[in-house]
Design a protein around this ligand. Sequence first.
Ligand code: ATP
Ligand code: MG
Length: 468
Amino acid sequence: MRRSEGDLVNIIDGAVRLEDLVEREALGELCRSFFVLFGIGVRIFSSAGALLAEAANEQAICALVGKEAAGRVACSETVGDVKALVPDSEDVVHPCFTGAQYRVCRVVYEGRYVGRLVIGPYLPIFVREPPTSLLAVIPQGDSEAIKFSLLQMPKAKIDTVARIATHLKSALDLILFSGHRALLSSQMHLASAREGYRALEEKNVALQETYEQLKELDRLKSNFLATVSHELRTPLTSIIGYSEMLGEGLVGTLTDEQSEYVRTIRSKGEQLLGLILSLLDLTKLDMGSMHLQRRRIAIRSVLEEAVSSVKPQALKRTVSLVLEQRGALSDTHGDPERLRQVFINLIDNAIKFTPQGGTVSVIVNEIDVRPSVPEETPGFALLAASKRAIEVRVADTGIGIPQRERSRVFDAFYQVDSSSTREFGGAGLGLSIVKRLVDAHEGGIRIEDNTPSGTIFVVELPSMGDAT
Ligand SMILES: Nc1ncnc2c1ncn2[C@@H]1O[C@H](COP(=O)(O)OP(=O)(O)OP(=O)(O)O)[C@@H](O)[C@H]1O
Ligand SMILES: [Mg+2]
């Protein structure tokens, strides 16, 4: 049964309809059980006169009358009258020309008229002979046969029928009450679900708008960063270039103090340039405008170059730096420039966060990668072919990264300890670039403990599987 909001208002207001309150099936069941019990037909009509349920059989006398034209007319007149009868308050007994009767009862729910109940036809027990009104419509009929048919009709005392009608109305009232209650609660449920859904929809729209605004803001921020970084790079390159010329004495000899100042200008300039280049990379990665020049490469040579370019930092901090290859290695498919950047960042961090006398090891080998198994298909693991990957582990014996920080260190500008900028330099951009670059190579990166102290960054890159 589908209802509109208007129906709900009606139901709550009390303007209910019989057919809305009770399933026709339940009304039919009520009529049938009444009919089985008393043998008298019963029909239930809506307030608008529609038949909602009935249980009755054709009476022998009705069949007999139906054979005569005058009988059919008289019959349909009676039925029409009964159907149209709307009792004011009390039940109305309507006579049939056959001598039988119909009892028409008003069905009221919570003081409102909701439909009618028609009980009959039944023969009042005082009728023992066919009345003249019956004989008049079957003028040629065999009077004995007519009487016989008439007396087959269920017989009842008028006050018994009145009592039965009262019981029937009470039973109907009970059904209406529980139907009304169920209907109200289901409608309330529906209304609250609808309201919840509407509120959710509104929130969704607001959320979508906010998301679009944020996306736009993010795009503007990336554009701004890209422009600013680009504009800063050119003058900065000049500053570094001129300080280099000054330092090399190309424009005259400098005093020791002047040389010291020029060296500071140059090193701060280079630091700033590094930051600007990182920002440029990040914005390019965010905007999807960084294009990798991927080709078949040997990871070993990339790692050697990365190690040798950070060697001076390791020497300066007296941290030993080792590169170790375990077993034969296949080539990988990547952009050597960008992969070098990945490992320089990781090794640079490892050196930076390792105290003097510590060790940073770069270990490379080739491994089998088990495909991730969907929970619902455990057998999948047996069928899926395992893949080969180049695994690079950058392990240090430094301060380590607490478990809860491991997913956050890949966020841009995130540093575990904000004082690290002052102590070690850097802006917290390195790992965010590393993560995006590794992802762009269809690789993965994770952090492990290096017991008893330190961190291991594990990078996996796709292997071309051609190791010999
Ligand atoms: N090997 C490591 N050991 C301990 N902490 C680390 C290590 N590598 C990274 N971290 C932590 O993760 C943070 C983020 O690293 P990330 O490389 O992104 O930034 P950064 O090194 O501080 O600055 P930048 O790389 O921009 O110069 C670091 O500040 C540090 O707190
Ligand atoms: Mg870093």
